[in-house]
Design a protein around this ligand. Structure first.
Ligand SMILES: Cc1cc2nc3c(=O)[nH]c(=O)nc-3n(C[C@H](O)[C@H](O)[C@H](O)COP(=O)(O)O)c2cc1C
Length: 357
């Protein structure tokens, strides 16, 4: 049904216009207590066998919505009511900014992919903080993903991230330092360990200083060389980070400028996950994102060592009930394999790491 609506109606409209309409509809849903609760009751994961815990946070199911959809923390409850186990809002920058000129979002329907060069369009950390302070009518785990304000020069990047972190860390279930989006000039250069160390250390100070100690993760690009993936993993361990999110979009593609997401990213995303797991074992929480389309993909990522899995483009093509459907299928699969909990699946096919405990 969604496929029909998508092919006949949605794909004829500008991708960003459809996106904003969807966010608005979900923001409205977030503001309707009764409908929100009813939907949450029927679509959110409620099977105890799907519960996972990571860095002290309890997730009702492993599949969450990746950053970039709810950039301004406007509709997390609506998203959770549709069946996602967590929502990563952002990327949020310390200062409000308009992002790149339109058009900046392109669907590649035949390849089940999207190219975007949004450029962190968002209303800034203070506006997001006001929204995050609102009480929630349904339980939802909210991760907050922060990035650099475009006009801030690289030498002041640390202070800019710290400003966003101070505003948002106390309101986040977990905080993510995004150094991997391709659409802010110079951002990905911050992944070099010499630049990343002071940045992560400074943000970690802020995250550690909140009343609950906010867990801190770093999100990396799929285009890093393998040795650089290892170097970031080692740094994350050295600094005592809680986890790594892999991966963001790739710039290795033809066509429109921007980051490519969806099916073409699947192979590299899985490869990076396997590499990370081999390097860090279970000492860091690994969150796998990139090209996840169905229950088989989620299962594969869990087996390879991801504790949490995220998707964005898969949802665009899979329809509103995508996450709910996958969680239901996961419930059945866990039982079919004779496991009592999805936790038993995590890392099952990962080779033992030489570093792992
Ligand atoms: C339109 C769009 C906007 C995105 N914006 C962000 C962002 O602001 N911050 C971020 O960390 N990732 C962003 N991403 C990347 C996703 O979070 C995710 O890492 C990537 O799309 C790969 O997952 P997927 O193949 O399931 O889409 C964006 C992706 C898309 C498609």
């Amino acid at each position: 049904m969604y496929r029909l609506v998508f092919m006949q109606v949605l794909r004829r409209f500008d991708a960003e216009a459809v996106h904003h309409l969807t966010v608005r509809a979900l923001a409205l849903l977030s503001a309707l207590p009764l409908v929100k609760r009813l939907l949450h009751r029927s679509l959110a994961p409620h099977d105890p066998a799907l519960r996972v815990s990571a860095f002290g946070v309890h997730f009702p199911g492993p599949l969450g919505l990746a950053a970039g959809f709810d950039k301004d923390a406007a509709c997390a409850e609506g998203v959770a009511a549709l069946g996602f186990g967590h929502v990563e809002v952002g990327t949020i920058t310390a200062h409000a900014q308009p992002g790149n000129p339109r058009p900046r979002l392109f669907r590649l329907v035949g390849r089940r992919a999207v190219i975007n060069r949004m450029g962190f369009n968002n209303a800034g950390a203070a506006a997001a903080a006001r929204r995050l302070r609102r009480t929630r009518g349904v339980p939802v785990v909210v991760g907050v993903n922060i990035g650099k304000t475009k006009v801030v020069p690289e030498q002041e990047a640390v202070a800019d991230y710290v400003a966003a972190a101070k505003e948002l860390a106390p309101l986040a279930d977990y905080l993510v330092v995004n150094v991997s989006s391709p659409n802010t000039p110079g951002l990905r250069d911050l992944q070099a360990v010499s630049k990343l160390r002071p940045l992560l250390a400074a943000v970690k100070d802020v995250a550690d200083g909140t009343p609950r100690r906010t867990p801190l993760l770093v999100k990396i690009a799929p285009d890093l060389a393998d040795e650089d993936v290892d170097a970031v993993a080692d740094l994350a361990l050295e600094l005592g980070l809680d986890g790594i999110i892999a991966t963001n979009t790739t710039i290795r593609h033809e066509g429109e400028t921007g980051g490519l997401s969806g099916r073409p990213l699947k192979g590299r995303s899985l490869e990076v996950l396997r590499r990370l797991r081999a390097r860090v074992g279970d000492r860091l929480t690994l969150v796998s994102v990139g090209g996840v389309e169905d229950v088989d993909d989620v299962w594969e990522r869990l087996l390879a060592g991801a504790t949490l899995v995220q998707g964005y483009t898969g949802w665009v093509y899979g329809g509103p009930l995508w996450a709910s459907r996958i969680h239901r299928q996961l419930s059945r699969r866990v039982r079919r394999h004779g496991f009592a909990s999805i936790i038993e699946v995590i890392g099952r096919t990962a080779p033992d790491s030489r570093h792992a405990r």
